[in-house]
Design a protein around this ligand. Structure first.
Ligand code: KG4
Ligand code: ZN
Length: 334
């Protein structure tokens, strides 16, 4: 089954074509990250305008890259939420239009469900269940115990900021450009992670939830005392975020020894220190990350893949979905 996926939830405009949930036939992304690099974050109105400019050229480019005709596409999958409403509307209106014109079924996909599926893209051998999936991005930080694509239990989630948001806000305090994850990771290469002891929230507490607001305040106070020590602060801050994430992974593994694989997904899974720390705590089962760095951050291949697994496990939905800035994931994983 060949699915054309569209992702437009934030500042990336992306269209991809994927066969049977795993083989990427094209993956085109127009990113406007550099536009927002000095404003410290995305400006929603500007992001939506850029989506309007980019969506049709990206759609054409992706079809061309795949070498396929419209007749070869079996279904359209699109991110229906959560995200910035103006940006989401551009992708969903485009998807509804081509679904009607081309007479293809339309599958609305939860953005995070796309991230959860991203480790299937280009994977050989294919991932398996039960898996423990840490999904960390700029908008969410979730820890899932999953027994199938559409079946699982949410073990923990952030109580305040998302891990990616913590990177972005931390970078802004350190005077580093947006997006903060790569900026902090780069600065950390030149720093010593043991320079400052920053707090790991909820470490001794019986929960798999996350919290980053106290850490952010601790960084703010430390920057005031040591304003010029950017690299050491970046290294210590990155370490504190990654240690909190891996603390929950370690404890969840103890609770579920039957887990076969660990999956790290979402923009923060591009972080090399997070990957290294996870591999240090897990020696006997595979730790999987998306097969390319650009599949960690927002892309449409993961949406096409998720559309395939929704159709395979639950059938192609016949109801028309609502576009929504804040939808829960329960409709996709139950
Ligand atoms: O998944 P994503 O592209 O978009 C959302 O769904 O939010 O994630 C973007 C987030 C940003 O907060 C960015 O700072 C973070 O992922 N990120 C990273 C790295 N690359 C991107 N965080 C840590 N280390 C990285 N190398
Ligand atoms: Zn995302």
């Amino acid at each position: 089954m060949i699915i054309l996926g569209i992702e437009s939830s934030c500042d990336e405009t992306a269209v991809a074509i994927v066969e049977d949930g795993c083989t990427v036939l094209s993956n085109t992304i127009a990113s406007t990250k550099e536009v927002f690099s000095m404003s410290g974050g995305v400006v929603p109105e500007d992001a939506a305008r850029r989506q309007v400019e980019c969506i049709l050229p990206v759609l054409h480019a992706s079809l061309k890259e795949s070498g396929l005709d419209i007749a070869d596409i079996d279904a359209i999958a699109v991110t229906r939420g959560p995200g910035l409403l103006g940006s989401l509307l551009v992708g969903t209106v485009c998807a509804r239009t081509i679904s009607t014109l081309w007479k293809k079924p339309l599958i609305g996909v939860h953005h995070t469900f796309g991230h959860l599926t991203s480790v299937w893209l280009g994977a050989d051998p294919k991932p398996c269940f039960p898996s423990l999936t840490l999904s960390a991005s700029g908008g969410h930080t979730d820890l899932w115990y999953r027994t199938a694509h559409t079946k699982g239990e949410l073990l923990g989630r952030t109580r305040d900021d998302a891990a990616g948001e913590a990177f972005d806000k931390g970078a802004s305090m350190l005077g580093l450009p947006y997006p903060g994850g790569p900026s902090i990771a780069n600065a950390a290469l030149e720093g010593d992670k043991k320079s400052y002891k920053l707090p790991i929230a909820l470490a001794g507490v019986d929960t798999f939830d996350f919290s980053f607001s106290g850490l952010k305040t601790a960084l703010k106070n430390t920057v005031k005392e040591h304003p010029d020590d950017t690299n050491n602060l970046a290294a210590s801050y990155q370490e504190a975020i990654c240690l909190q994430l891996t603390d929950r992974v370690k404890r969840a593994l103890k609770k579920h020894p039957e887990i076969q694989e660990i999956h790290l997904v979402g923009g923060v899974s591009a972080n090399l220190r997070l990957r290294e720390l996870t591999r240090e705590i897990v020696s006997d089962i595979p730790v999987r990350t998306p097969s390319e760095i650009r599949l960690c951050t927002d892309n449409a291949a993961m949406i096409a893949s998720a559309g395939y697994f929704i159709a395979k496990e639950d059938g192609i939905p016949t109801d028309v979905f609502e576009t929504s800035a804040t939808i829960p994931l329960d409709a996709f994983i139950h």
